[in-house]
Design a protein. Sequence first.
Length: 67
Amino acid sequence: MLYLLAFIGAVTLAVLLWKAFGPGVRPQSGRALGPDDDPEFLWKVDREVHRRRTDGPASPDGQDTGD
């Protein structure tokens, strides 16, 4: 009976260690990137600024005046 409990404990410990340090775990990168470091975000912002500049000045109330 004692061997059975020891075996169950060893298997439980092995499973926990496998989940904690197994091959599925990837180390995180050195630091987190903010949106101002993300090239895709910067490209979208640049595209939006360029689009707003080419559309011309907006009306003061923010509504489109075209009929």
